[in-house]
Design a protein. Structure first.
Lengths: 161, 581
């Protein structure tokens, strides 16, 4: 599904089958948007916003309702906050986009994928997290917005019994 | 040992626990506490967290083991009198001595040391023979290969030989991973049993690079389970390694592997064992820790019993946990070889119809050491024991480690670090292993190693701001008291020397720790920089090994300094039965 290149896998990510993708790091890391499809505009505004609710609104223009048809797979405690693997799969029909939000990151929107018709709705990526935070996956399906949230803990580690 | 025997007789009023029956009085011979009434058609014997203690030890159970939120006031977060009352154990009895900290020093003289692998071997063989070879099996929950100087220099190889003679058929791991992949694989080449872990996977990079794995398709590094036939029934044992190895320990030991609780993968595997393999019972051999196991038992269906470890909780009776598929029993079997768990199952086609459980203290004075195991232990220790037998100090007080916040062993280590490394503050990890030494009895290098023997023992001195020190304390405190057990790592609070603080365990991260002060009473300032010494860092360090620093301190004739600060002041947990009254 995803491949990574270079020495900073979080910063560079080329996604097959997705029309638009961008990852945001912490602080002032540069955005690295992949090739956008002709009719899709890079959501620059949404990626700049700090707050999760604002970013969701900027990206989708409405709010999401929780759904148990979304499976957000992320670790309980991150083994490395710099590269936290997480994935979303869903049994919802007519999925057109999947986005990841990390509420406590400096900019909440971490990645957004557009799925062309007929694509299996499954996305996996690695996100950088500064500290313990809720991670929210938003799935746009048949014109409606759905969400799933999981808390991922980031710790300095040590002191196992 | 006539006096001792009389003590056991008087004390053995509640010698054997059972799921359904209260612990009952036993008569006649003290050793008869090991006569277990026959039940069912399969017996699983379980050891865990022995921490390589080959010979019998003193080990004082905690007097502070606080549970917060849902975990408050329920096992394993009961100590001392509250523990005795809950489980119906008579104070002043041998069991009160084995299971709690109540009058520990007084009872240590009466009931002696517990554990030891030669004694364990005698007891295990007896309990196996009681039911017959085809009806019994022995499993170990991990932390078998670490905890002594010998295990450390041999990378756990001594314990592989001991495990083979003991007849361990399946195990999982935690500290086993801290010897690194190569040493682990070398040891497993010689291990006659199976090393099981359903929750260890190759990282994507390692899988891409074709790193070795039990199952390339799933990326599972180890075999997840075995099926053992007992009395004609099929019993599956699934291994669950400690889920947070690369977080609690330096990641350099396991760079290719990723861990986690892996609930979904576990559920899928359980369903396959039930559906495809048609097993009659499923046992999870777990190193999750008891609070994690209790939560897992409420969410994953189809497991009959979780035989648990990691948190070193000696819990005499299983806790029954309801989940959407039925009930799962959760146990935890203590540490340091003090206990042997006996799970008797009545197996039927496709199900466990009834269960009896006993957590037997291994009273070394009631068990004749097995000669073959005693010989093996002697042979393994011989090359090192002389070097480590020099008496280097005689403590003037009981030395123990276990408690949530502090203990004399770690106070001593912190004092040594501050003195030898000339630091204002010392930090020492809240490990739960490490044995107890009695007041007035000399300690040796072997004893020092039994508190410190790890594969990343390097000490460090660094400057930290007051804010950074508080952040470290908050972070580790959250590992202990997070309201969600899945966000806990086990272990106890980092020990602080030269530093006092207040802790409010029931608060949220960021607001548990307050009122930080140096020993001279001066408040810690957020921006001021302090010289901090420590050891067991997850980042690479270059300083002398902690055991040499501690030994140097002891050889200089110093031990404890008079404690100037107030230590840790607890807030908001008055009346919590996880604190001895």
């Amino acid at each position: 599904m995803t491949t990574t290149t270079g020495t900073h896998p979080t910063r560079r990510l080329i996604l097959q089958g997705a029309a638009s993708v961008a990852l945001i790091g912490l602080g002032n890391l540069p955005f690295v948007p992949a090739r956008a499809a002709a009719n899709d505009k890079y959501p620059e505004e949404a990626f700049k916003l700090k707050n999760e609710a604002d970013a969701i609104k900027a990206l989708y223009g409405r709010t999401a309702e929780p759904s148990d048809k979304i499976k957000l797979d992320a670790p309980e405690i991150a083994e490395n906050g710099g590269v936290v693997p997480m994935s979303v799969t869903t049994t919802l029909d007519k999925v057109t986009s999947i986005s990841f939000f990390v509420a406590e990151n400096p900019n909440a929107l971490a990645a957004s994928y557009k799925l062309p018709e007929g694509t299996i709705p499954a996305v996996a990526n690695r996100l950088k997290m500064a500290k313990t935070s809720n991670v929210t996956a938003i799935v746009e399906a048949d014109g409606k917005l759905y969400s799933a949230t999981k808390e991922v803990k980031v710790t300095v580690g040590g002191c196992g019994g | 040992m006539a006096i001792r025997r009389r003590d056991f007789l008087r004390g053995s009023a509640v010698a054997a626990a059972s799921v359904v029956l209260p612990r009952l009085a036993r008569g006649a011979e003290a050793a008869s506490i090991y006569d277990i009434e026959r039940f069912g058609n399969a017996r699983i014997l379980h050891t865990t967290d022995t921490h390589a203690q080959l010979n019998p030890v003193y080990f004082r159970e905690p007097s502070i083991n606080i549970g917060i939120g849902e975990m408050a006031g329920r096992p394993p977060h009961l100590v001392a009198r509250a523990f005795l009352e809950h489980f119906g154990i008579r104070p002043d009895s041998a069991d009160a001595y084995a299971f709690t900290s109540v009058e520990f020093e007084k009872s240590a003289g009466r009931f002696g040391k517990l554990g030891g692998f030669a004694h364990l071997k005698t007891l295990i063989d007896r309990l196996r023979n009681d039911v017959g070879e085809k009806r019994a099996m022995l499993v170990d929950g991990g932390d078998l290969w670490q905890g002594t100087g010998l295990a450390n220099v041999m990378h756990g190889r001594d314990m592989v030989e001991v495990a083979n003679l003991l007849g361990i058929e399946a195990m999982t791991g935690h500290w086993e991973f801290t010897y690194g992949e190569q040493a682990l694989r070398d040891n497993l080449e010689h291990f006659k049993g199976e090393f099981l872990a359903q929750n260890v996977f190759l990282t994507e990079e390692a899988a891409f690079n074709d790193a070795p794995a039990f199952d390339k398709a799933s990326g599972r590094v180890f075999k997840p389970s075995i099926i053992k036939e007992l009395s004609g029934h099929r019993v599956a044992i699934i291994g669950q390694a400690f889920p947070y190895v690369p977080i609690a320990h330096p990641k350099r030991f396991t760079p290719d592997w990723t861990f986690g609780i892996r609930e979904e993968e576990l559920q899928t595997h359980v369903d396959a064992l039930r559906g495809t393999d048609k097993v009659d019972a499923i046992i999870l051999l777990s190193h999750n820790g008891m609070d994690v196991d209790l939560k897992l038992a409420s969410r994953v269906t189809g497991i009959d019993v979780i035989l648990g470890g990691h948190t070193h909780d000696a819990v005499p009776q299983p806790i029954a946990v309801k989940n959407p598929g039925g009930t799962t029993l959760v146990t935890n079997a203590g540490s340091n070889g003090k206990f042997l768990a006996v799970l008797d199952l009545a197996l039927d086609k496709g199900k466990v119809s009834d269960v009896r459980y006993h957590l037997l203290p291994v009273y070394s004075e009631l068990l004749k050491p097995d000669p073959a195991m005693a010989e093996l232990i002697g042979k393994l220790r011989a090359p090192y024991v002389t070097d480590w037998s020099e008496k280097i100090a005689t403590p003037d007080r009981l030395l123990y480690r276990r408690d949530n916040f502090a203990g004399p062993v770690d106070e001593l280590i912190c004092t040594a670090l501050r003195n030898e490394l000339d630091a204002e503050i010392a930090l020492s990890p809240g490990f739960r292993w490490g044995v107890t030494a009695l007041s007035g009895q000399p300690i040796t290098m072997e004893d020092v190693l039994a508190e410190t023997a790890i594969t990343y023992p390097e000490t460090y001195v660094q400057e930290m701001t007051g804010a950074e020190i508080k952040d470290v304390l908050e972070d580790i405190c959250d590992n202990l008291f997070n309201a969600d057990p899945y966000h806990q790592q086990g272990g106890d609070m980092v020990r602080a020397g030269g530093l006092s603080y207040a802790c409010s365990p029931a608060s949220a991260i960021g607001s548990r720790i307050s009122d930080l002060k140096l020993d001279n009473g001066r408040a810690i300032s957020a921006s001021h920089r302090y010289k901090v010494a420590g050891w067991a860092s997850v980042n690479g360090q270059q300083g002398a090994a902690v055991w040499d620093v501690v030994a140097k301190h002891l050889r200089s004739g110093r031990m404890f300094q008079e404690r100037l600060g107030s230590g840790v002041t607890l807030k908001g947990v008055d009346g919590n039965p996880g604190i001895a009254g």
